[in-house]
Design a protein around this ligand. Structure first.
Ligand SMILES: CC(C)(COP(=O)(O)OP(=O)(O)OC[C@H]1O[C@@H](n2cnc3c(N)ncnc32)[C@H](O)[C@@H]1OP(=O)(O)O)[C@@H](O)C(=O)NCCC(=O)NCCS
Length: 238
Protein backbone atom coordinates (compact mmCIF):
# COMPACT_ATOMS: atom_id res chain seq x y z
CA UNK A 1 0.00 0.00 0.00
CA UNK A 2 2.81 2.40 0.97
CA UNK A 3 4.51 1.68 -2.34
CA UNK A 4 1.31 2.47 -4.29
CA UNK A 5 0.89 5.73 -2.33
CA UNK A 6 4.47 6.85 -2.98
CA UNK A 7 4.09 5.98 -6.68
CA UNK A 8 0.86 8.02 -6.77
CA UNK A 9 2.66 10.94 -5.05
CA UNK A 10 5.46 10.73 -7.62
CA UNK A 11 2.97 10.87 -10.50
CA UNK A 12 1.15 13.87 -8.99
CA UNK A 13 4.40 15.76 -8.30
CA UNK A 14 5.76 15.00 -11.79
CA UNK A 15 2.55 16.15 -13.49
CA UNK A 16 2.37 19.32 -11.36
CA UNK A 17 5.97 20.22 -12.20
CA UNK A 18 5.40 19.53 -15.90
CA UNK A 19 2.32 21.78 -15.92
CA UNK A 20 3.91 24.59 -13.95
CA UNK A 21 7.49 24.73 -15.21
CA UNK A 22 6.70 26.86 -18.28
CA UNK A 23 3.39 28.43 -17.22
CA UNK A 24 3.89 32.11 -18.13
CA UNK A 25 2.90 35.31 -16.33
CA UNK A 26 2.12 36.15 -12.73
CA UNK A 27 -0.16 33.11 -12.27
CA UNK A 28 2.65 30.76 -13.28
CA UNK A 29 5.04 32.53 -10.92
CA UNK A 30 2.57 32.36 -8.04
CA UNK A 31 1.78 28.65 -8.54
CA UNK A 32 5.46 27.76 -8.89
CA UNK A 33 6.13 29.53 -5.62
CA UNK A 34 3.53 27.34 -3.89
CA UNK A 35 4.88 24.19 -5.58
CA UNK A 36 8.53 24.83 -4.69
CA UNK A 37 7.68 25.93 -1.15
CA UNK A 38 6.36 22.39 -0.60
CA UNK A 39 9.24 20.69 -2.42
CA UNK A 40 12.32 22.63 -1.26
CA UNK A 41 14.11 21.99 2.03
CA UNK A 42 13.13 25.55 2.94
CA UNK A 43 12.17 28.72 1.11
CA UNK A 44 11.98 32.29 2.41
CA UNK A 45 9.51 35.07 1.69
CA UNK A 46 9.12 36.91 -1.62
CA UNK A 47 10.98 34.39 -3.80
CA UNK A 48 10.51 34.75 -7.56
CA UNK A 49 10.78 31.59 -9.67
CA UNK A 50 10.70 32.11 -13.43
CA UNK A 51 9.95 29.62 -16.21
CA UNK A 52 12.23 26.76 -17.26
CA UNK A 53 13.73 26.12 -13.80
CA UNK A 54 15.00 22.63 -13.03
CA UNK A 55 15.83 21.58 -9.45
CA UNK A 56 16.96 18.04 -8.69
CA UNK A 57 16.64 16.62 -5.15
CA UNK A 58 14.87 19.82 -3.99
CA UNK A 59 14.68 18.78 -0.33
CA UNK A 60 18.45 19.48 -0.20
CA UNK A 61 17.98 23.09 -1.33
CA UNK A 62 17.44 26.01 1.07
CA UNK A 63 16.52 29.40 -0.38
CA UNK A 64 16.48 32.63 1.63
CA UNK A 65 14.14 35.64 1.38
CA UNK A 66 13.59 37.67 -1.79
CA UNK A 67 15.68 35.49 -4.09
CA UNK A 68 15.13 35.36 -7.84
CA UNK A 69 15.65 32.16 -9.83
CA UNK A 70 15.78 33.51 -13.36
CA UNK A 71 14.68 31.71 -16.53
CA UNK A 72 16.40 28.40 -17.25
CA UNK A 73 18.43 28.19 -14.04
CA UNK A 74 19.38 24.67 -12.97
CA UNK A 75 20.10 23.60 -9.39
CA UNK A 76 21.46 20.09 -8.83
CA UNK A 77 21.53 18.94 -5.22
CA UNK A 78 21.87 15.82 -3.09
CA UNK A 79 25.07 13.96 -2.15
CA UNK A 80 27.04 12.01 -4.78
CA UNK A 81 26.48 8.29 -5.18
CA UNK A 82 29.32 5.81 -4.75
CA UNK A 83 27.17 3.07 -6.32
CA UNK A 84 29.10 0.33 -8.09
CA UNK A 85 32.42 1.40 -6.53
CA UNK A 86 32.73 4.95 -7.85
CA UNK A 87 35.67 6.54 -6.03
CA UNK A 88 34.79 9.81 -4.27
CA UNK A 89 37.61 11.93 -2.89
CA UNK A 90 36.30 14.43 -0.35
CA UNK A 91 38.09 17.69 0.34
CA UNK A 92 36.85 19.81 3.22
CA UNK A 93 36.09 23.49 2.73
CA UNK A 94 36.17 24.95 6.26
CA UNK A 95 33.99 27.90 5.20
CA UNK A 96 31.11 25.58 4.29
CA UNK A 97 28.43 25.33 7.01
CA UNK A 98 26.21 22.68 5.46
CA UNK A 99 26.31 18.97 4.62
CA UNK A 100 27.59 17.37 1.42
CA UNK A 101 24.82 17.68 -1.17
CA UNK A 102 23.18 20.74 0.37
CA UNK A 103 22.65 23.99 -1.53
CA UNK A 104 22.33 26.91 0.89
CA UNK A 105 21.35 30.22 -0.71
CA UNK A 106 21.06 33.40 1.38
CA UNK A 107 18.74 36.40 1.08
CA UNK A 108 18.35 38.73 -1.93
CA UNK A 109 20.29 36.48 -4.30
CA UNK A 110 19.78 36.55 -8.07
CA UNK A 111 20.55 33.35 -9.95
CA UNK A 112 20.46 34.68 -13.52
CA UNK A 113 19.39 32.99 -16.77
CA UNK A 114 20.80 29.57 -17.52
CA UNK A 115 23.13 29.35 -14.52
CA UNK A 116 23.98 25.87 -13.28
CA UNK A 117 24.51 25.49 -9.54
CA UNK A 118 25.78 21.98 -8.89
CA UNK A 119 25.79 21.33 -5.16
CA UNK A 120 26.52 17.59 -4.94
CA UNK A 121 29.67 18.41 -2.94
CA UNK A 122 27.92 21.28 -1.10
CA UNK A 123 27.28 24.86 -2.18
CA UNK A 124 26.82 27.94 -0.01
CA UNK A 125 25.93 31.36 -1.36
CA UNK A 126 25.75 34.40 0.92
CA UNK A 127 23.37 37.37 0.85
CA UNK A 128 23.01 40.13 -1.74
CA UNK A 129 24.86 38.56 -4.63
CA UNK A 130 24.32 37.61 -8.26
CA UNK A 131 25.61 34.78 -10.38
CA UNK A 132 25.30 36.36 -13.84
CA UNK A 133 23.87 34.53 -16.86
CA UNK A 134 25.49 31.31 -17.94
CA UNK A 135 27.68 30.90 -14.85
CA UNK A 136 28.42 27.42 -13.58
CA UNK A 137 29.33 26.66 -9.98
CA UNK A 138 30.45 23.04 -9.54
CA UNK A 139 31.23 21.28 -6.27
CA UNK A 140 31.62 17.74 -7.67
CA UNK A 141 33.78 16.83 -10.63
CA UNK A 142 35.29 13.80 -12.33
CA UNK A 143 39.07 13.68 -11.99
CA UNK A 144 41.77 12.00 -14.04
CA UNK A 145 43.53 10.45 -11.02
CA UNK A 146 43.11 9.41 -7.40
CA UNK A 147 44.80 12.14 -5.38
CA UNK A 148 44.13 10.18 -2.15
CA UNK A 149 46.62 7.46 -3.09
CA UNK A 150 50.05 8.42 -4.54
CA UNK A 151 50.64 4.74 -5.45
CA UNK A 152 47.54 4.65 -7.63
CA UNK A 153 48.74 5.57 -11.14
CA UNK A 154 45.45 4.75 -12.86
CA UNK A 155 44.03 7.23 -15.34
CA UNK A 156 40.32 7.47 -14.55
CA UNK A 157 37.52 8.29 -17.00
CA UNK A 158 35.58 11.53 -17.34
CA UNK A 159 32.30 9.95 -18.32
CA UNK A 160 29.49 9.40 -15.81
CA UNK A 161 28.43 6.58 -18.13
CA UNK A 162 31.76 4.73 -17.86
CA UNK A 163 31.85 1.67 -15.56
CA UNK A 164 31.64 2.94 -11.96
CA UNK A 165 35.05 1.54 -10.95
CA UNK A 166 36.72 3.54 -13.72
CA UNK A 167 35.53 6.86 -12.27
CA UNK A 168 37.19 9.08 -9.69
CA UNK A 169 35.40 12.16 -8.37
CA UNK A 170 36.43 15.16 -6.30
CA UNK A 171 33.74 16.38 -3.92
CA UNK A 172 34.53 19.76 -2.34
CA UNK A 173 32.09 22.48 -1.31
CA UNK A 174 31.97 25.84 -3.08
CA UNK A 175 31.34 28.96 -0.98
CA UNK A 176 30.49 32.43 -2.27
CA UNK A 177 30.48 35.23 0.30
CA UNK A 178 27.99 38.04 0.94
CA UNK A 179 27.93 40.79 -1.67
CA UNK A 180 30.12 38.90 -4.12
CA UNK A 181 29.58 39.08 -7.89
CA UNK A 182 30.10 36.21 -10.31
CA UNK A 183 30.36 37.69 -13.83
CA UNK A 184 28.73 36.31 -16.98
CA UNK A 185 29.70 32.78 -18.04
CA UNK A 186 32.10 32.27 -15.16
CA UNK A 187 33.07 28.77 -14.06
CA UNK A 188 33.79 28.08 -10.38
CA UNK A 189 35.46 24.74 -9.65
CA UNK A 190 35.12 22.44 -6.58
CA UNK A 191 36.58 23.57 -3.26
CA UNK A 192 36.73 27.27 -4.18
CA UNK A 193 35.71 30.05 -1.81
CA UNK A 194 34.97 33.46 -3.32
CA UNK A 195 35.41 35.96 -0.50
CA UNK A 196 32.88 38.51 0.74
CA UNK A 197 32.43 41.43 -1.64
CA UNK A 198 34.75 40.00 -4.30
CA UNK A 199 33.89 40.62 -7.95
CA UNK A 200 34.80 38.01 -10.55
CA UNK A 201 35.01 39.37 -14.14
CA UNK A 202 32.95 37.94 -16.98
CA UNK A 203 34.17 34.70 -18.54
CA UNK A 204 36.55 33.81 -15.70
CA UNK A 205 37.51 30.33 -14.55
CA UNK A 206 38.00 30.27 -10.78
CA UNK A 207 40.30 27.37 -9.90
CA UNK A 208 41.59 28.63 -6.50
CA UNK A 209 39.95 30.50 -3.62
CA UNK A 210 39.81 34.28 -3.81
CA UNK A 211 40.11 36.62 -0.81
CA UNK A 212 37.46 39.14 0.22
CA UNK A 213 36.92 42.51 -1.47
CA UNK A 214 39.10 42.07 -4.54
CA UNK A 215 38.53 42.23 -8.28
CA UNK A 216 39.58 38.97 -9.92
CA UNK A 217 39.33 37.97 -13.57
CA UNK A 218 40.71 35.70 -16.28
CA UNK A 219 41.40 32.01 -16.62
CA UNK A 220 42.65 31.09 -14.19
CA UNK A 221 41.07 33.98 -12.28
CA UNK A 222 43.71 36.18 -10.69
CA UNK A 223 43.45 39.18 -8.39
CA UNK A 224 43.56 42.35 -10.51
CA UNK A 225 42.82 44.91 -7.81
CA UNK A 226 42.99 44.71 -4.01
CA UNK A 227 41.14 46.10 -2.20
CA UNK A 228 38.46 46.50 -4.82
CA UNK A 229 36.90 49.49 -3.04
CA UNK A 230 37.94 50.85 0.36
CA UNK A 231 34.38 51.50 1.57
CA UNK A 232 31.60 48.93 1.77
CA UNK A 233 28.17 50.13 0.54
CA UNK A 234 25.56 50.17 3.29
CA UNK A 235 21.92 51.18 3.26
CA UNK A 236 21.59 54.83 2.30
CA UNK A 237 25.19 55.38 1.16
CA UNK A 238 24.81 54.54 -2.53
C1 LIG B 1 35.47 43.32 -13.90
C2 LIG B 1 34.63 44.41 -14.50
C3 LIG B 1 33.48 44.74 -13.55
C4 LIG B 1 35.45 45.67 -14.77
O1 LIG B 1 35.80 46.32 -13.57
P1 LIG B 1 36.79 47.55 -13.60
O2 LIG B 1 37.00 48.02 -12.20
O3 LIG B 1 36.31 48.56 -14.58
O4 LIG B 1 38.13 46.86 -14.08
P2 LIG B 1 39.09 47.21 -15.29
O5 LIG B 1 38.34 47.23 -16.56
O6 LIG B 1 39.87 48.44 -14.89
O7 LIG B 1 40.04 45.94 -15.32
C5 LIG B 1 41.08 45.69 -14.39
C6 LIG B 1 41.97 44.66 -15.04
O8 LIG B 1 41.25 43.40 -15.14
C7 LIG B 1 41.12 43.01 -16.51
N1 LIG B 1 39.77 42.49 -16.70
C8 LIG B 1 38.61 43.10 -16.43
N2 LIG B 1 37.58 42.28 -16.70
C9 LIG B 1 38.11 41.14 -17.18
C10 LIG B 1 37.54 39.93 -17.61
N3 LIG B 1 36.23 39.73 -17.62
N4 LIG B 1 38.38 38.94 -18.00
C11 LIG B 1 39.72 39.13 -18.00
N5 LIG B 1 40.32 40.28 -17.57
C12 LIG B 1 39.52 41.27 -17.17
C13 LIG B 1 41.37 44.27 -17.31
O9 LIG B 1 41.85 43.97 -18.60
C14 LIG B 1 42.38 44.98 -16.46
O10 LIG B 1 43.63 44.40 -16.65
P3 LIG B 1 44.97 45.33 -16.75
O11 LIG B 1 45.08 46.00 -15.41
O12 LIG B 1 46.06 44.33 -17.02
O13 LIG B 1 44.72 46.31 -17.86
C15 LIG B 1 34.08 43.96 -15.89
O14 LIG B 1 35.19 43.77 -16.76
C16 LIG B 1 33.25 42.72 -15.83
O15 LIG B 1 33.71 41.61 -16.09
N6 LIG B 1 31.98 42.90 -15.43
C17 LIG B 1 31.03 41.82 -15.26
C18 LIG B 1 29.91 42.05 -16.26
C19 LIG B 1 28.80 41.07 -16.01
O16 LIG B 1 29.01 39.89 -15.84
N7 LIG B 1 27.59 41.59 -15.99
C20 LIG B 1 26.42 40.74 -15.76
C21 LIG B 1 25.14 41.45 -15.99
S1 LIG B 1 24.81 42.60 -14.65
Amino acid sequence: MRRILSYFELVVVTLAEWLLVDLPGPIGRRLRRVFWRIRLGSMGRGVQIDTGIHISNPSWVHLGDHCWLDHGAVILAGPPSAAGGRRIIRKANPEFKGAEGEVLIGDRVHIANHCVLQGHGGLQIGNDMTTASGSRLYSLSHHHSNPDDPDDHTQYKFSTMAPAREQSLISAAVVVGDGAAIGLNTVVLPGVTVGTGTWVGAGSVVTRSLPSNVLAAGHPAQVRRSPLNPNWVTEGTA
